[in-house]
Design a protein around this ligand. Structure first.
Ligand code: AMP
Ligand code: ZN
Ligand code: FE
Ligand code: FE
Length: 292
């Protein structure tokens, strides 16, 4: 069986491996086809592609876009994207820009809380982990690490609970697109959209079904039935929804390297083995969506 993993992160977002290191690990795990899905950026693709070619791994251009949603988290995965598509690249660039302008605001809020911290310290922390000169995303996990190092809090979790989490004093929301916008832009760039880890939307079955129906109207092509954060009992429900709404059942480990130590590359859940058939189904879906 040709194994696939369609959800993983590099140092270009919040993972700890460079694209080259990540692809080498994919090879060790015997993965035949993968998609690197950094948050709101495709900047890792070039490096990943040259290593993938060298190793004989098929690499599909992918991204994970954060969309507006309450009460949980909504991430939309996009696959088979055309990196020359101007609208997609401009949209991702504007999200990155919003992120850059958010960071000084978080610093200011922390300072108001009496925490001695500077943007330089956070930037240094982010680049120390990256070990390479590229467009590095700086986000709340880096703030959290600095707070721990300074002894302001004891753990990353405490940093989020006390300062950085939603509703806490140093929380600043980031610009997000709507699900409709994300799905449309992915499609316009020749791709197909799949809703990532539906578990994280934190909805009961009936409410989830309603949302998925709505996304389907907006052009959704897949649902991430298999993700290492989901239990096989939950997978059953998502598989049922895939059938009901005619969505391709996709899957990925959501590997972040040392930032999520429990997650193994290529591991999509207990007894789950996702083969190349999924890739064919996604390709077929793009053709079909293009005709309607
Ligand atoms: P950002 O993109 O800068 O808003 O940071 C989002 C990242 O922060 C997520 O990918 C998580 O890794 C982490 N994160 C968000 N909320 C929490 C939380 N309550 N506890 C621990 N980590 C969190
Ligand atoms: Zn992530
Ligand atoms: Fe996600
Ligand atoms: Fe992810």
């Amino acid at each position: 069986m040709k194994l696939v993993d369609f959800h993983m992160h590099t140092t270009h977002s919040d993972g700890t491996l460079t694209p080259t290191e990540l692809l080498r690990q994919c090879k060790e795990k015997n993965l035949a086809c993968v998609s690197v899905t950094d948050h709101d950026t495709l900047s890792s693709f070039e490096e990943a592609e040259s290593e993938a070619k060298r190793l004989g791994i098929e690499l599909i251009p992918g991204v994970e876009i954060s969309a507006v949603f309450e009460p949980g988290t909504l991430h939309i995965l996009g696959y088979f994207l055309d990196r020359k598509n101007r609208e997609l690249m401009a949209c991702l660039e504007s999200i990155q820009e919003a992120r850059r302008s958010r960071n000084p605001q978080i610093v200011e809020k922390l300072q108001c809380e009496g925490v001695d911290i500077s943007l330089e310290e956070v930037t240094e922390e982010a680049f120390a982990g990256a070990g390479a000169l590229h467009e590095k995303q700086i986000g709340r996990p880096h703030f959290a690490k600095v707070l721990v190092k300074k002894g302001v809090v004891k753990s990353i979790q405490e940093a989020f609970n006390q300062y950085l989490g939603k509703g806490r004093p140093a929380y600043v929301d980031k610009r997000r697109v709507t699900s409709k916008e994300a799905i449309r832009i992915i499609q316009a760039a020749g791709g197909v959209a799949s809703v990532a880890h539906p578990k994280q939307m934190r909805l009961e079955e009936a409410a989830l079904e309603k949302e998925i129906a709505c996304f389907k109207e907006e052009g959704l092509g897949g649902i991430e039935v298999y993700n290492s954060c989901q239990h096989f009992k939950e997978n059953e429900l998502y598989l049922k929804l895939a059938g009901r709404f005619d969505l391709v059942a996709t899957g990925g480990s959501d590997f972040h390297g040392a930032n999520k130590p429990g997650v193994k590359l290529g591991f999509l859940g207990e007894n789950v083995h996702l083969g190349y058939e999924m890739v064919d189904k996604l390709r077929a879906r793009i053709k079909k969506l293009g005709k309607t």
